[in-house]
Unconditional design. Sequence first.
Length: 274
Amino acid sequence: MRYFKLWCFLLTMGFVAQSYAQDTIITSWKDFERHDLKFENRETRVVIPKKALEGTPWVWRARFPEYHAGIDSALVAQGFHVVYINTDHMFGSPEAVQVRNRFYDFIVSKYKFQKKVALHGHSRGGLFTYNWAKKNPKKVACIYVDAPVCDFKSWPAGFGKSDGSKKDWEQLKKAYGFNSNEEAKAYTDNPINNLELLVKAKVPILHTIGLNDDVVPPAENSILLVNNYIRLGGMATVYPCIEGIQKSKGHHYAIDNPQIVIDFIKKYSISNSN
């Protein structure tokens, strides 16, 4: 009987290991171990540092995980995990926030991450970043966004200076359940809105922008959000990137000083770990 129980135990452990191997594909990313796994049938990834920092701080990317990835790789080299889940074409909608809520619970439990996460979003990733953060302010260590969409009426709608994107605008309206442009215009919970709880939680924010960005104009997005944040008493910084080559109507540019971003995320992730 004792040997039978031991055999059952070993069989169970073998099944668990096999199941984990099936669910998680281990590859490499910039000389670091990368775990690819599915969550609710969505592609996710976790990049593992060679030696994690105490407390297991992490960065959560929103959209375009390979864009300006040098910041992420530098943080991984210094002990951060970097996480991504594919919620493409949901544009930070309430449903996307719910998906990310469930994923947060799953990934923190699985990898024993600290409760407060550093959020990192680019372009339309600003919608995911801020819409999730506003619903979960006590789970956010800091926010870094690059050329972020902060009001979908600017992009992809194109109701202001931006030309917008008709295809993305139709996808966004579907994701949010809007039946008309008028209904979308009346929406009052874009990233620029309802920032009070983030300010109350003392979440610091950093935006990098291109002053000649005609796709996501700063005046309709980052500058508007940051001004709102400061008026409410929040800590906010805007860093214009002006030195490198700017492409895609000024929307793609090099970060003039990536170390500023790296230091910002390190400082507030570690000091705001609890």
